[in-house]
Design a protein around this ligand. Sequence first.
Ligand code: F0G
Length: 482
Amino acid sequence: MNIKLSNGKVIPIEMHKVRVIQKTTLPPAEQRLKAITEAGYNTFLLRSRDLFLDMLTDSGTNAMSDNQLAAMMVADDAYAGSESFFRLQEAVQDVLGLKYCLPVHQGRAAENLLAKVYVKPGTVIPMNYHFTTTRTHFELAGGKVLEIFGKEALNTSSTDPFKGNIDLDKLHSVIKEYGPEKVAFVRMEATTNLIGGQPFSMENLKAVSKIARENGIPMIVDASLISENAYFIKVREKAYADWTIEAIVKEIMKQADIMYMSGRKSTCVRGGMICTNSKEHYDKMAPWLPVYEGFLTYGGMSSKEVEAMAVGVREMVEIEAASASADMIQYFVELLCEKNIPAVTPPGGLACHVDARKFLPHVDSLQYTAGAFVAALYLVSGVRAMERGTLSNDRDIHTHEEIPADLELGRLAVPRRVHTMSHCMYIADRLEWLMKHRDLVGGLKFCEEPPVLRFFIGKLAPINDWGRKLVDAFKKDFGDNC
Ligand code: F0G
């Protein structure tokens, strides 16, 4: 929640008490250089012990609530017919207004099932923007992802409150060009991840859903970050200012034929699910659940996580939970903007994003601008962020050509209820220093490049050993132990 101080300044305030903590240490710069070198300049390959703050992702790293942890103690570990599942299903019915629930082990497992059932060779899937695992699954099934975002979506310093909207004219054109029978489904991603956690508006979602339904095309919402998107609708879309988050979430669900989510984000649990009100859709997907995931009542999740998810679904529509990371991100982004650091605006959900093309204008996309940025950030701060740029784009599946990303973003994730304002202030300070010394940072080149989702485990090296030079300059200003 935001709170206004007597001097008029607005700050994010924690609506919870921290009663369990995890210790962290700040490894000195020399150790960081050794760690990132061993990690092939890929922040995914760093070990936790070498991190001060882990801002890689909010996936599975949000702080769980006391009630979630308590629920895990009463899990019913039955292979089939587990009561834990029925508590989850009841929460889905109460909160989302959806009748059927298929649990899966995480979001990409839902994408695998959707791809298996709905994506056939030659079909297209229009969407506001792809997510890495989403595109891979749909392309592996022979489908083609079509991104039909609006004109502000890729503008990293915009005032458009809903950069996650779909362009309705483009949707009409896609349906006309391919014919409705070739459109596997329309996918709308909440708090659109790869363009900076940007939401869609309810107005746009309703219009998209209407067009899809008029053409007999299934409408699918990726609800991994649904509570944040609902919060943005409440604070940015006038007509919904007085609505509760729960009412907004229910209204979103009414527009969808199927919703799926990674439960690792909004519900703060290591799991996922696919939900629908349609028996027809349920019957198409259910037989495949035991093939790829597990029986219908656990779908690859542990019963403990199923219990925690039942609580998480109810808690994600509390305004304190829905706003926890969004308000902190807003504060973080404003802090960076004050220092002229090119943070993506408007602030989104999930993370504070930095436009690496603006931060490192001299580093070409094909030398992985955002990858270089997050490696440099780690070297000067011990903070782990994630590359969201050309490295995260696999090569063209047919020609194997590099595909320069639309955006080169350094993503500093703000998992819910984990970090504090002083953490943001520390990072802003180190980023300011890095900005002044950015000429020292160069590009990266691959040493080991995996064929698929290469950003996860690929190994790279700095061109011209710039890591060493950056650390030397850092030590000159801050000493050996910072
Ligand atoms: N859809 C969206 C919008 C996501 O952000 C993610 C994961 C997935 C699907 C896949 O879910 O990881 O549970 O299999 N996003 C994580 C991230 C990995 O760091 O942003 P998953």
